[in-house]
Design a protein around this ligand. Structure first.
Ligand code: ADP
Ligand code: MG
Length: 701
């Protein structure tokens, strides 16, 4: 693997590479808190960018203060502060005034301020303003006496973790920063810095932490946003180029007879491939025909028919005498793939096998013998398929279904383990906006299936609240009477005191079984159940032996039951849009009209807007863009969650245009250097590994 311990520049003579505990005298306890913020080396500390600033230099007068804003203002203390208790809190209160007005000041649990504040003295206050009816309050303000105390200028506010204070982090940064400014990597070529009007690395890192005024912050931010995107895009493109330059994968070129078998296989599907499916399969075939390993992502919304494309790719390998692995994240899904594909493969004489964690030792032994001899051409299963004990006759292709359920580490581990490089295909149903895909899958080629097979009825999605329960139950009852099946999704397994108002599967299950639908077949499914038990429930549901499945999000992944036509999702506001979209993709898979009901009692404006967005479109890509716009990139498709570097300062929605531009710039640089081992591209890749190497190595899964 390219990114690994060996390749991370480990120049220990550089101060910035030193472990942070060597640069600061700091207790083990504090050290572990810093690690929680992602700080291991000195470099990580100075890359911990402020999320905001406290500006003591911009002063308002009391009449100008506005609700919810952090403000600084000069005022005189008008009253002796009073102290009283409110439950377990001690509260200090006084009145502040300037020539434009008065404001109440309130401090919680800071009784010593009572003696510090002198009536009649003027202080500079800073704090959050809160509107209370017609009057205003300032809550827990900091203050300095004018002329006596030192007045801070602009102070950084850092991302925090429990146990640390802003002042801790500020002091550490001030200690470490000056010593490493001269060592910071400069990945951006001079020509680019000039044309983009970017300041130097050392200026940017200094000013982002210790600015004198807001224009310095702006200059620093501009440079650091650019640098972050430039490094990530550059690093990922370098990885992609390196992969593409290796030439020891099997080249799959079917002869006439092989082509005939392939055609026969595709014709045996109970449907005709859509244009998108055909195009993506063509792209894959082109990749496979080369001895450069394929690294392709197939992105297609739920129900867009990715399985058929994967099956055709495996068939192509098999008819050329090579083997494939098809890996899925759960045993239920693996089993389903196997059952769907086994007979189809047999038609053209291809043997497939299923290997799960629960497969017996004896059976595994038999499968292994068939893999080794080459009799089995397609191996379907969970993680178990990656067993080191599996030996292959001629393994060519590895397909990972529902890639977003696996970590990035797997992506590397798989191909690194095989002596020969494999063609790899990853499939994901999570539609991601282009800009996000560039970061998440920047090292892969991407094929998109946008259309959904025709003849499907679009899923209708509605909002409801708990006052409408009886209506919802009525709809459920009607569907079950008509022979359809229903999913009822809740966000948690059991209720506890803290989660009042949040539905749990166990409670809903009891309620439905005992009082609401006593004559229906109700089943319970959640991640806390033993896996063979889960499999049985899923199978019962697929085979139509269960009318109503009360479940957590465990059903989110790939399960296919064409008879399920209704889904109710409790506390929908608690789920990300991606999850909601994935969940509702479980219905609408057959000829029946399908309805998804999102239940929510949330009064939060943004939450309601998000849910309405889900109701308004069934196009996952549109949804992804909308969500990126509403909430920023973290929510729909958290990059951290996928083991790729978290953006510390850039924002994929706001900076989308810049990202595209940088992508083109990086291509030009690599083209010019003819690779990434020399000149500007080498420096870029070095900077990337320095900054993100650890994160790429240890995805937080
Ligand atoms: P996903 O992309 O979510 O994995 P699947 O591969 O599970 O989707 O396909 C969803 C359903 O659509 C399956 O029941 C499959 O048989 C069906 N299907 C796939 N391709 C087509 C097609 N071209 N025409 C009609 N139905 C199709
Ligand atoms: Mg699928």
């Amino acid at each position: 693997m390219l990114i690994g311990h060996d390749s991370v520049p480990s120049d220990q003579t550089l101060l910035m590479e030193q472990p942070i505990e060597k640069c600061l005298s700091i207790s083990p306890n504090r050290l572990s808190m810093l690690r929680r913020l992602g700080v291991y080396r000195a470099y990580d500390l100075v890359s911990l960018f402020p999320k905001d600033y406290e500006d003591w230099t911009k002063r308002s007068v009391i009449a100008e203060l506005r609700d919810k804003e952090d403000c600084s203002f000069c005022a005189i203390v008008r009253q002796k502060p009073s102290i009283f208790r409110k439950g377990r809190l001690s509260v200090i209160q006084t009145v502040l005034a300037d020539e434009t007005g008065v404001i109440k000041a309130v401090w919680f649990n800071q009784p010593y301020y009572r003696t510090k504040l002198e009536v009649g003295t003027t202080y500079l206050f800073r704090g959050k303003i809160k509107r209370d009816g017609k009057s205003f309050e300032v809550i827990n303000p900091n203050f300095r006496e004018e002329g006596t105390d030192e007045i801070p200028g602009i102070r950084p506010i850092y991302p925090m973790t429990k146990g640390l204070t802003q002042n801790n982090v500020r002091a550490w940064v001030e200690r470490v920063l000056p010593e490493i400014l001269s060592e910071l990597p400069e990945p951006i070529p001079v020509s680019v810095r000039k044309s983009e009007h970017l300041c130097s690395a050392s200026y940017a890192y200094e000013k982002i932490h210790l600015p004198q005024d807001s224009s310095e912050i702006e200059e620093a931010r501009k440079r650091l946003i650019f640098e972050e995107l430039f490094m990530i895009i550059g690093g990922l493109k370098a990885i992609k180029r390196q992969k593409a330059s290796e030439g020891n994968a099997k080249s799959i070129c079917p002869d006439r007879a092989a082509k005939e078998s392939l055609k026969r296989f595709i014709r045996s599907f109970p449907f005709k491939l859509t244009e998108d499916q055909e195009r993506v399969f063509l792209e894959i075939s082109m990749d496979l025909s080369s001895n450069r390993p394929m690294n392709r992502l197939v992105q297609g919304d739920v129900g867009s028919g990715k399985t058929a494309v994967a099956a055709a790719a495996m068939c192509l390998c098999a008819v050329c005498g090579h083997q494939s692995i098809f890996m899925a994240p759960t045993s239920v899904l693996s089993y389903q793939h196997y059952m769907n594909l086994k007979d189809l493969f047999e038609i053209v004489g291809i043997r497939s096998d299923l290997m799960l964690g629960s497969t017996s030792v004896a059976e595994k032994r038999q499968i292994r013998a068939r893999l080794k001899s080459g009799e089995t051409k397609v191996l379907i299963g969970t993680h178990a398929v990656l067993s080191e004990k599996n030996e292959y006759n001629s393994l060519a292709l590895l397909i990972t279904d529902e890639q977003h359920r696996f970590g990035v580490r797997q992506r590397g581990a798989l191909s690194a383990d095989s002596a020969e490089d494999l063609h790899t295909l990853v499939m994901s149903a999570t539609p991601i906006p282009r800009t996000l895909a560039m970061i998440l899958y920047g090292d892969l080629d991407i094929s998109v299936i946008r259309s959904v097979p025709s003849g499907r009825m679009p899923i209708e999605t509605y909002l409801a609240n708990s006052a409408e329960d009886s209506r919802v139950y009525e709809i459920m009852k009607r569907q079950m009477k008509a022979g359809r099946q229903v999913y009822y999704v809740c966000p948690q397994i059991e209720s506890d005191e803290e989660s009042e108002g949040i539905a749990s599967v166990t409670e809903q299950y009891e309620l439905f079984r005992n009082s609401v639908f006593p004559s229906c077949r109700v089943a319970l499914l959640h991640g806390g159940m033993p896996s063979d038990h889960k499999d049985t429930v899923m199978r019962d549901f697929s085979e139509g032996n269960v009318d109503l499945l009360v479940t957590t999000t465990v059903i989110e992944v790939g399960v296919d039951n064409a008879n399920a036509s209704l889904m109710v999702i409790e506390n929908a506001e608690r789920f990300g849009l991606a999850t909601l979209h994935q969940l509702r993709g479980r219905i609408g898979r057959g000829p029946h009209r399908s309805v998804c009901i999102l239940k929510s009692d949330s009064e939060d404006e943004l939450a309601t807007k998000r849910l309405k967005t889900v109701c308004s479109t069934t196009d996952g890509f549109v949804l992804a863009e909308k969500d990126l716009e509403l909430r920023g990139p973290g929510d729909f498709f958290g990059t951290r969650q996928h083991g790729l570097p978290a953006l510390r300062i850039a924002n994929l929605y706001r900076d989308a245009g810049l990202l595209e531009r940088i992508s083109e710039m990086v291509d030009r640089i690599f083209d010019k250097d003819g690779g990434f081992t020399s000149g500007e591209s080498a420096r870029l890749f070095d900077a990337f590994t320095r900054r993100f190497g650890r994160e790429m190595d240890n995805p937080p899964l």
